[in-house]
Each structure stands twice: as C-alpha cells, then as structure tokens.
Design a protein around this ligand. Structure first.
Ligand code: ARG
Length: 604
C-alpha cells in the first residue's frame, strides 16, 4: 500500500511537472497511508493533520483517535506508542526533516528546508502554477444576469464580481468555462415598454429613439400601465405580438435591449468582466418542447388553468405555463438547465445568484433530476448564493433619497475617492497623469471587488468606501501598496530583470532566518488554498491568504535586510536569496490578484 502511494505521488509529479504540489495534501496522504499500514484492522480512522503549531510545521493527531478506538475494543495502549508505530510506518520521502512522536501522542512534523527551498525556486522559474485538479471539467457559470430596463443594482454587482472571480479561478486551474449572462430580457414588462415606445416615438422603426434613460422610461410606462386600462390592454397585446415574433414588436424590443446592453457593457468594461449574453429570450423557441416533454413524462398538473410542477419538499410548485398560456421565469430556467447540460455538455453548473432565489433554483435543480436530465452524483449543479449589500446605516443599500444606486455612479464615486486618497498622500506630485489615472482606477475597482470578495459571500456586508479604501487592514488598498513595494525592491537594489532570471536558476534560496522560513512556508500553501476555494467556492479564503502573505512578508522585510547601504546611501551588499524571496512573494500575490480580477500597478 505504501509503495503504491510512493508510486502515485511519484507518478503524479512525473505526469504533471507544471503543477504546484500541495504540501498539505502530501502530508495528509502520506500519513493516511502510514495510519492504514500501522492499523490495517481499524477502519474509519480520520487522518487528522493540523497546520503549523508552536512545535512543528504540521501536526498529526490520529494516534489519539486510534487510542480511543482500541480502548473501546478492550485494548489499552499509550498514545505515544501508537504515534511511534505510525511514524515507523511512514514511507521515506524528501518532504520532511523531522517526524517525531510527542509524549502526549501528537506527531510533530517538520518540513525539509531543501524541499521548501526547491519549491520556491520552482515558483521563481515557472511562476505559481495551479495544483492538479484531475479531469478537466466543462463548467457553465451563470452570473451577473441583470434585467433589461430595470436597474442593475448592487446585487447584480455582487454576482458580477463573484462570478468573474470564480470563472478566473476555474479557468486558471484548467477547466473549460462558459460564462453566461442570463439577462432578464423577455418578461411581461416588454409589452408595457413597447406600447409606451409606440406612443412616444411612433417612427421608432426608422429613427432610433433617444431613450438614454431607460429607467425613467420604464417608470413612465409603469405609471400608465397601472392607471390607464386602455394602455394596459395594449401592453398585453404587445406582449402577445412580441412572443409571436411580430417584426415591428421585435424591432422595438431590440431597441430597448440595446440601450440596456450599452449600459451594462460600460460596467463590464470598467470592471474587466467578460461574459456571453444568453438571456431568457434565447430559450424562448425551446420552451414549447420542454413543456411538451414534461407533460409527456407526466410531471405537470393542471390547476386553475395553470400547468404546474410539484417538487417534493418544496413549499410551492413551479408554474411552468400560466393560465393565459404564457411562460414564466421558471420555464426559462427549466429550459436553460437542460440546454446547459445537454447542448453545452456542462458537467458542472454554477448559478451565482442572490440567496433570495434559493428556493426557486433548488426547485429547478430538483426538477432537472426528476425529469431525468442529470444525475446529481455525476454532475455538480450548485447555487452559489450571496447575501445582500447593506449601506453604512445597516439598511438596504440605497441613495439618500431612497433610490437604487446606479452602478456607474457607484464606480465614479469610487474613482473620485481613490483620487482623493492618492492626492492626500501627495502621489499626484510624483506620478504622471497617465500613472495617476491607472492608480486611481486600480485602487477604486480593486477595492470595490476585494471588499466584496473578502467577505464570506453567504453573509451580508456593509458597503463603506472609507473602510475599503483604508490602506491598513485586509483591503485591496493595503495589498496593492504591498505588492507595488515588493516589486520595487529589486529595482531599488539595481538588480535587472535579466539578473533576476539568472539568479532564479542559480541562487539557492536560504531559509535560515525564522522569518524567511515562515514566509517561504506561507507561500507554499497557495495550491492548498486554491483547492479549498474550488471545493467550497468561497473566495474569501484566498483573500485571507493573500493578506497573510502580505503581513508575513512585512515581518520578514522588517527583520531581514535585503540590501545593505553605507552611510552615504550607496548599496554595498545585495542579498540575492532574499531578493528572490521578495520576487516569489510578489508572484504569488500577483497570481492571487489575477484570480480576484485586481489589476496591480507598477507605481502608486
Ligand atoms: N435576472 C435575474 C434577477 O435579476 C437573475 C437571473 C439569475 N439566473 C438564473 N438562471 N435564474 O434577479
């Protein structure tokens, strides 16, 4: 068995030389084997590995569990003896410098300096490469998904930020990702909008109407809809015509969608989001067949003129066809899930949607299983939910007058505040106009994204510009400054990129100082963090890690000289190994930034 693992770790290394090995996982696997080898008759022994303690880099606590199990079987053994047996069963490897059973039964594990140093060298030469995630998956990510003519609000901002970052994470480890914008572009609101459009801009077929402010337009039409019976009737007629593919109505619909699309695109461009539009309307022609299929499989029942689908355990059924024959949000989601599974061949579907829609989505997922479209043991279908964004008054995030905050305004405000911060620090005097603009945007958008991503997405969070732009604490502002500073260290030492490249292959990374050792070990946890994020799709773990890297770096930098200068300020000594450790730190933070979609700048 142990040989088998030795082999599998070895082949793993051979097969994917480009993958960064996850040391935590190696420790777990090796100890798992040792435990099973030492106690083959006991089953279900958890391999309990703990990260660095006061005494060691890792600690294995399995002996205590085994001790209790044996006791239950009437065998009394001191924990230390059990621990020793596990240690004796451990296969030989290059990873550890010391593995020792403590008197209390804990096993203290120290990593080998040569191993860690070699790994840092490989990060320097190849960059922090992704861990091996096994078979490449086809992942369909539904995110952002605002509604045409209605406002794109902070909830959609959350979905956009979280979705973009998850896509980057999945792509980075090598999955095949399809990013979909499930735009709300086919609701009954279009009847109202088109009827209003016909009245206000009767020649809309030949001249593009100037509806810059689609939201105002939407409001006007809504007022008419609620007050004017004749208008209401025309609105309903317009929906029917649109749904039947009438050309003039389609043209009106397209005009309206275009206005929204341009608005959304502005936000995506500023935030560096790429996404394919595939709104509810895309599924319209496929819906009839879905209804037919569900009917034939006898999953639909007729109640008060509606065709509904009962889902065991759900508080309410899904309305699949309304009494007027129209389709619903659920119909488009049912059609979409099948399309994503069967046409797009997705084996992992993600829906980055606010927590308020959990019951709806859960019903859709269950319906997909009931209809036989997928086996939940084969395909992973998940609602990646998130909590609401609150204002500083801890109430729903709104403008002072109670209006929904427009995203474009929010981004503008962020850039303005970032500029103020930079000016406060006198940076405007040192940076060129161009550099200043880059820095302002990097800080503003980076902070807005990081502020969102660094909170556990299941919780609500408070939107506060002051807090997110503070360069002390776990913020993008802090990390961006740290990154820029680390990147400048080699420059200050007058080491050229070419020299760095050469040194990366020739200079051994020395890890004798406790702070060097701490930093190097911290950096090597990166692949573990990535694997954890892939597992629970909680990106804040990556943010916490980057913050830990930056603070651990700071400790290192405070106590380890990288350059020595004489009294006149002339550089007299450059510690190349330490300069390289700085570079490795920057490249890990850089890889993290990429996943978080944060753009670092050279100067700020
Ligand atoms: N347009 C919806 C909203 O704004 C979100 C769509 C989410 N995706 C989905 N497949 N239902 O609430």
């Amino acid at each position: 068995q142990i040989n088998h693992l030795k082999r599998s770790v070895a082949t793993e290394k051979k097969r994917k030389p480009e993958n960064m090995l996850s040391i935590g996982i190696i420790v777990e696997e090796l100890f798992g084997l040792a435990v099973r080898h030492a106690y083959p008759d006991l089953d279900d022994i958890p391999v309990m590995i703990q990260g660095s303690s006061k005494f060691a880099d890792y600690q294995c606590n399995s002996a205590l569990v085994i001790c209790a199990k044996l006791k239950a079987q009437g065998v009394k053994l001191p924990p230390k003896e059990i621990a020793q047996k596990i240690v004796a069963s451990l296969p030989e490897s290059e990873y550890f410098s010391k593995v020792e059973a403590a008197p209390n039964g804990f096993i203290n594990i120290d990593l080998s300096k040569d191993y860690v140093s070699g790994q840092i060298s490989s990060v320097l030469q190849k960059g922090p490469s992704p861990p091996n995630v096994g078979i490449k998956k086809r992942v369909v990510v539904d995110f952002s998904s605002p509604n045409i003519a209605k406002e794109m609000h902070v909830g959609h901002l959350r979905s956009t930020i979280i979705g973009e970052s998850l896509c980057r994470l999945l792509e980075w480890v090598g999955h095949d990702v399809l990013r979909l914008n499930h735009l709300g572009d086919w609701g009954t609101q279009f009847g109202m909008l088109i009827a209003h459009l016909k009245d206000k801009f009767p020649n809309y077929l030949s001249v593009s109407p100037p509806i810059k402010d689609l939201q105002a337009f939407y409001k006007e039409s809504k007022v008419r809809f609620d007050e004017d019976e004749a208008f209401k009737k025309r609105a309903y007629e317009a929906v029917v015509k649109l749904q039947n593919g009438d050309e003039a109505h389609l043209k009106g619909w397209n005009l309206i969608c275009d206005v929204s699309r341009q608005e959304f695109q502005k936000v995506y461009k500023r935030l560096g989001v790429s996404i394919t539009e595939r709104g509810e309307s895309f599924y319209q022609p496929l819906m009839g067949a879905i209804v037919k299929e569900l009917e034939e499989k006898e999953h639909l029942v007729l109640e008060e003129g509606r065709k509904i689908m009962y889902i065991p355990g759900a508080p309410a059924p899904l309305t699949v066809v309304k009494s007027d024959g129209g389709f619903t949000y659920a119909t488009s989601d049912l059609t979409a899930i099948k399309h994503r599974l069967h046409v797009e061949k997705g084996d992992w579907l993600l829906y980055v949607v606010d927590a308020g829609q959990n019951l709806h989505l859960q019903s859709i997922f269950d319906a997909g299983v009931i209809a036989g479209w997928y086996d939940p043991k084969q395909a992973r279908v998940e609602h990646v939910m998130f909590g609401v964004v609150l204002g500083e008054d801890k109430k729903k995030f709104k403008t002072r007058s109670g209006e929904v905050i427009r995203l474009v305004d929010l981004l503008d405000e962020g850039v303005k505040r970032a500029e103020m911060k930079l000016v406060e620090k006198g940076r405007d005097k040192e940076l060129t106009k161009e550099e200043m603009k880059k820095a302002m945007e990097a800080v503003a958008y980076g902070c807005i994204k990081y502020n969102d991503l660094s909170h556990n997405r299941n919780h609500e969070y408070v939107f506060s510009f002051d807090r997110m732009l503070d360069d002390r604490g776990n913020t993008a502002a802090y990390l961006l400054y740290a990154y820029t500073r680390i990147r400048s260290i080699a420059r200050t030492a007058q080491v050229s990129p070419q020299q760095l490249k050469e040194a990366a292959t020739k200079t051994k990374i020395v890890l004798d100082h406790p702070k060097e050792w701490k930093l190097a070990k911290c950096l090597l946890r990166f692949p573990e963090i990535i694997l954890k994020c892939l597992d629970d799709l909680l990106i804040h773990t990556l943010c916490d890690f980057l913050y830990e890297v930056a603070t651990t770096f700071s400790e290192f930098y405070d106590s380890c000289y990288c350059i020595e200068k004489d009294k006149s300020g002339k550089i007299v000594k450059v510690d190349m190994s330490r300069i390289l450790l700085c570079e490795a730190t920057a490249s890990v933070i850089g890889a993290g930034f990429h996943i978080l979609s944060i753009t670092p700048v050279d100067k700020m």
